[in-house]
Design a protein around this ligand. Structure first.
Ligand code: BEZ
Length: 340
C-alpha cells in the first residue's frame, strides 16, 4: 500500500511539473506549448577588462538585470571585470571554446581578429555619442558584427563609453603639428596609432596598467585616452593638459559563443538580443549625459581642459580614409556612410 501511495505521489509530482511547464510564459507574454520551450535556465558568464567603476561594467550589470527581468529569472549572469579571466586575447579564446559565454571586448582588439572593426576608428566620423549610438543600427555596423560568424562567435552589439581625447604631460598642443616629436601612449591598434604618427608623433602601445607610471616618470609625453579612464585611473595626477578632441569613438563589442547562442530556442535568443540592446542604449546615453560633469571634474583636479577646431585635423582624416578604405570594403562602406 505504501509503495502504491509513493507511486501515486510520484505520478502527481510528474503531472504537476508537466502542467507548470505547459503554463510557463514566453517573452511575448503568451503561454508556451507543452514542449516546455522556455523552461531552460541559464547561468551565463561575461568577461571584460575594465574596473567596476567604468561604464562598461555598469552596462554589464544592466545587461544582467535585463536578462533576469525579461526571462522571469531563468537567465542569470555572473560578471568577471578587471581582466580577471586574462587578457582580451585570453577572453576571446575562452568565448570561442565555450568556457565563457559573453565578452565586452574592445573594437581595437577585435580589429586584430577581423580587420573591418578598424572602421570604428575612422577619425571624426561622429559629432557626438548620440550619433555613434545611432550608428549601432546601421547596415554596415551589423555587417561588421557578421564577420565573427566564422570564428565561433556571434557579434551582438556595440557598447560606447567616452570618445577618445588627448592628454599631454606638460605641453599644451594647439594644433596637430604641435605633436611632432612627442611620444604618446596609444592603444596598440594600427588605425589608432597611424592617426597619431601621421602628425609626426611617435607611439608606445603600453597596456593600461603601465600608463600611469610611464606618464609620471616621463617615459611618455602624453596619451590617447577617454575621460572616463582619465578619472578612474587618476591620470589627472600625472598630466596637465586635456584636449577634448573626441576624435574617435571607443566601442566594446558584445560577443557570445556561437554554439551556446544558436543552440537556444529562438525566443531565448530574442531575449538576449533585446537585453543587450537595452544595456547598450543605457551605456551610450548615460555616458553622453556625463560629458560636462567629467570635464568639470578634471578642471577641479587642476587640469587645463580645452578644445581646438576639429577642421585642423582634416588632412589627417583624409590620409586615414585613403589608407584604411582600401584595406577592407566594409571600412570603405563605413566611411561612405558616416563621413559628411
Ligand atoms: C585603453 O586601453 O585606452 C582603455 C581600455 C579600456 C577602457 C578605457 C581605455
Amino acid at each position: 500500500m505504501r509503495k502504491f501511495m509513493k507511486g501515486i505521489s510520484f505520478f502527481a509530482m510528474a503531472v504537476l511539473l508537466i502542467f507548470t511547464a505547459a503554463c510557463n510564459k514566453g517573452s511575448d507574454g503568451t503561454a508556451n506549448s507543452a514542449s516546455g520551450e522556455l523552461d531552460e535556465t541559464y547561468q551565463f558568464k561575461l568577461a571584460h577588462i575594465t574596473p567596476p567603476s567604468h561604464m562598461w561594467h555598469k552596462a554589464a550589470e544592466k545587461f544582467a538585470e535585463e536578462l533576469d527581468k525579461r526571462s522571469d529569472g531563468r537567465m542569470q549572469l555572473e560578471i568577471y571585470p578587471s581582466s580577471q579571466l586574462g587578457t582580451e586575447a585570453d577572453m576571446v579564446e575562452q568565448i570561442s571554446a565555450g568556457s565563457v559565454d559573453f565578452g565586452f571586448i574592445t573594437a581595437a582588439y577585435m580589429s586584430s581578429r577581423s580587420p573591418s572593426f578598424a572602421a570604428w576608428f575612422t577619425p571624426y566620423a561622429f559629432e557626438d555619442l548620440h550619433e555613434a549610438n545611432d550608428a549601432r543600427e546601421s547596415e554596415v555596423a551589423k555587417k561588421i558584427l557578421g564577420t565573427l560568424d566564422e570564428q565561433g562567435m556571434v557579434g551582438l552589439d556595440y557598447f560606447f563609453a567616452g570618445q577618445r581625447v588627448m592628454l599631454f604631460k606638460d605641453k599644451k598642443v594647439e594644433k596637430p603639428e604641435d605633436m611632432k616629436g612627442l611620444k604618446l601612449r596609444v592603444t596598440p591598434s594600427p588605425p589608432m596609432q597611424d592617426f597619431y604618427t601621421s602628425t609626426g608623433a611617435s607611439t608606445e602601445g603600453l597596456p593600461l596598467p603601465e600608463v600611469y607610471s610611464a606618464a609620471q616618470t616621463g617615459v611618455i609625453d602624453g596619451m590617447d585616452m577617454d575621460l572616463d579612464a582619465t578619472i578612474t585611473n587618476k591620470y589627472y595626477e600625472v598630466v596637465d593638459y586635456g584636449l577634448v578632441s573626441n576624435h574617435m569613438v571607443w566601442p566594446a563589442v558584445a560577443i557570445v559563443n556561437k554554439k551556446t547562442f544558436e543552440g537556444m530556442p529562438e525566443a531565448d535568443q530574442k531575449i538576449i538580443r533585446e537585453a543587450i540592446a537595452a544595456a547598450a542604449e543605457y551605456s551610450a546615453m548615460t555616458r553622453a549625459d556625463q560629458e560636462e560633469e567629467f570635464k568639470q571634474t578634471l578642471k577641479d583636479e587642476g587640469m587645463d581642459i580645452y578644445e581646438i577646431d576639429p577642421a585642423l585635423f582634416d588632412p589627417y582624416k583624409q590620409q586615414f580614409d585613403e589608407k584604411y578604405g582600401k584595406q577592407d570594403p566594409l571600412i570603405q562602406e563605413f566611411i561612405d556612410t558616416f563621413r559628411d
